[in-house]
Design a protein around this ligand. Structure first.
Ligand SMILES: Cc1ncc(COP(=O)(O)O)c(C=O)c1O
Length: 377
């Protein structure tokens, strides 16, 4: 009824569809045990040092938080060897991406992005009524050369995600170097590295920080939601030139990072033992899951993230619904059509074992379903 009061370009926005909350699924299916492998969270839990810091910070919650998050910026500055003025913070990376879109995009501006990537980019482009130039994936990977060729003097902003969500594939150090060296125009480039901590020990993964000096319009985003286990407290950061930080600062609200999140992030950054444990858990989990998923007839695509992307001769919407009943949540994905693939978060050893056990049963049931000639739904 209020449609006429809402900007027209908002009406076409399809809002982001998150995975179901754990409690809702448990209630719906009467489950006690559950493996939530649908949203790429860190199922080991939060960093213990962060938990301690959060507990301590609770007694300070009657004060407004530090609007400049100085302690956290100092910690990030030391961690990355960059000046404090190079950091911007957000209530999750999502908020930073929102700041970037609001800061740099106006109606009709041209934005280049890849198909089948993090859906928030498109939502933000639509918020700003920007025009999208969408480049298809090539073999489930970002086609960085085609993205570069699509950049013209009209391009205002480019969204890049490495490793890519939902496919887990990545572009290499060599590909990124070639991308920057052959760029003929200078749009804003956002490099979303939400899964960086899982990818960074791979030899061919780019050290993107190197490009901050060379390419002045680069914004690199990282998050505490994944490897640091702080998805629920909402904190992320970006690195960019001090000039870009100034632009981003102008459009943020003063107290957007609560004091519990500031304390948690500072402590998490220093929790090197926890990060190592997380990385090892995901590495071991992948070594366990990849051959077993393969033996169930699924194609597991190469991934440098904490999730695996699978394709295969199944309707993954049906697989998802059946798995939910047995207490395992994965995420069905639409690359060409809904449910033609799925994204599975790598969990703890117990969760991974549960996934394989339940998936085996579900796929067998679906095969029987296919055999009876009713598969084409
Ligand atoms: C590629 C990518 N970027 C950003 C985010 C958002 O992260 P945050 O929790 O920091 O908002 C996610 C979360 O799933 C993601 O996959």
């Amino acid at each position: 009824m209020q449609n006429h009061l809402v900007p027209k370009h908002h009406l076409g926005i399809e809002s982001y569809k998150p995975g179901k909350p754990l409690e809702e699924i448990k209630r719906e299916f009467g489950l006690s045990g559950f493996a939530k492998l649908a949203s790429n969270e860190n199922t080991l839990g939060p960093s213990p040092l962060a938990m301690q810091a959060m507990q301590q910070s609770l007694s300070e919650t009657h004060w407004y938080p530090d609007p400049n998050s100085m302690k956290l910026k100092e910690a990030l500055s030391e961690f990355h060897g960059l000046d404090k003025s190079c950091f911007h913070l957000g209530n999750g990376t999502e908020e930073i991406l929102t700041h970037v879109a609001r800061c740099f995009l106006q109606a009709k501006d041209e934005v280049v992005l890849s198909a089948n990537s993090f859906p928030i980019y498109t939502i933000l482009n639509q918020f700003q009524n920007a025009r999208e130039v969408v480049i298809p994936l090539k073999d489930y990977r970002y086609d960085l050369a085609a993205i570069r060729e699509a950049i013209t003097e009209k391009t205002k902003l480019v969204w890049l995600c490495n490793p890519n969500n939902p496919t887990g594939t990545w572009f290499s150090a060599k590909e990124l170097s070639e991308f920057f060296s052959k760029l003929n125009h200078q749009p804003m480039i956002v490099l979303d590295e939400a899964y960086y901590e899982y990818a960074s020990d791979s030899d061919d993964f780019p050290n993107s920080q190197e490009y901050l000096n060379q390419y002045k319009n680069l914004i690199i985003t990282r998050t505490f939601s994944k490897a640091y286990g702080l998805a629920g407290i909402r904190i992320g950061y970006s690195m960019q030139s001090p000039e870009i930080t100034t632009h981003l600062n102008r459009i943020r609200l003063p107290f957007h990072i609560n004091n519990v999140a500031q304390a948690a992030a500072c402590a998490a950054l220093s929790d090197k033992a926890f990060l190592k444990q997380v990385q090892a858990t995901v590495r071991d989990g992948k070594n366990y899951l990849i051959p077993l998923l393969g033996s169930l007839g699924l194609k597991v695509h190469p991934s440098l993230a904490n999730f695996l992307f699978v394709t295969g001769p199944y309707d993954f919407l049906a697989v998802y619904l059946e798995l939910l009943k047995s207490g395992v949540a994965i995420r069905p994905i639409a690359i060409h059509k809904p449910g033609d693939s799925a994204r599975i978060t790598v969990g703890t050893a117990t969760e991974n074992t549960m996934l394989i056990k339940e998936l085996k049963t579900v796929l067998k049931g679906l095969e029987r379903f296919q055999d009876s000639g009713c598969a084409d739904r």
